[in-house]
Design a protein around this ligand. Structure first.
Ligand code: SF4
Length: 212
């Protein structure tokens, strides 16, 4: 970690000790992540072209259905402003057999990813990073409110039903997840075609907590 974290300041400009950041990344493991890493926030790439895929040639079936999905999230422009205010970020990864990615168990894994990201975000806020922001993967509507007709944030301007767990997807902010994995020191995912032909392969899902 020493080669990455040279100094860090919280939202009030106070110096945060390296070991506090190290604690956050250990928390991710204790909450259920397979791996966690600390990356320089400058290494995160947010691309308009990736965010546009949510409503591109093939529109995501969850597009517009939740407060955590486009066009209801701030998107790449705002993400890059947050990024400019952040020195370090924590990445988390859950590894799983590829066969699970294509099974009914996938939903539980994705829910766990959101829960880990939200829990580390909360720990970061408690550690002094008051503007910490967590990003997961997959639509919270599908993962947490599938049995609800509508997202209550959008439909009724009420607080999120799962505020303690659900976080927006990195997709809506155009985060280049492949680049993020590489910045974390993790190998890039195998191609979907290979996943389908090799059910014993290991796949993963990932999340991000930006510290500020
Ligand atoms: S209420 Fe449900 S759909 Fe709306 S933001 Fe929260 S988890 Fe997502």
């Amino acid at each position: 970690m020493d080669h990455i974290v040279r100094n860090a300041t919280d939202s009030r400009g106070h110096v945060v000790l390296k070991h506090q950041i190290a604690c956050l990344f250990k928390e991710a493991i204790s909450f259920g992540a397979t791996s966690s890493a600390i990356v320089s926030s400058k290494e995160i790439q947010s691309k308009d072209s990736l965010a546009a895929l949510c409503n591109g040639e093939y529109t995501c079936p969850n597009y517009g259905l939740a407060a955590g999905c486009p066009p209801n999230v701030e998107g790449p422009d705002e993400f890059r402003k947050w990024q400019a205010q952040s020195n370090y970020s924590i990445t988390v990864k859950i590894e799983l057999p590829t066969s699970v990615m294509f099974s009914a168990e996938r939903k539980g894994v994705m829910q766990l990813l959101h829960q880990i990201v939200a829990a580390v975000e909360q720990k970061a806020i408690e550690a002094g990073f008051k503007n910490a922001k967590g990003f997961a993967g997959g639509s919270c509507k599908e993962l947490f409110c599938e049995d609800q007709e509508k997202c209550c944030v959008l439909a009724e301007n009420k607080p999120c039903r799962h505020i303690e767990s659900a976080r927006p997807s990195m997709s809506g902010f155009g985060v280049d997840v492949i680049a993020l994995m590489k910045a974390s020191g993790w190998s890039a995912p195998i191609a979907e075609k290979s996943m389908l032909s090799d059910k014993d392969a290991t796949s993963w899902v990932a999340g991000l907590i930006m510290l500020a």
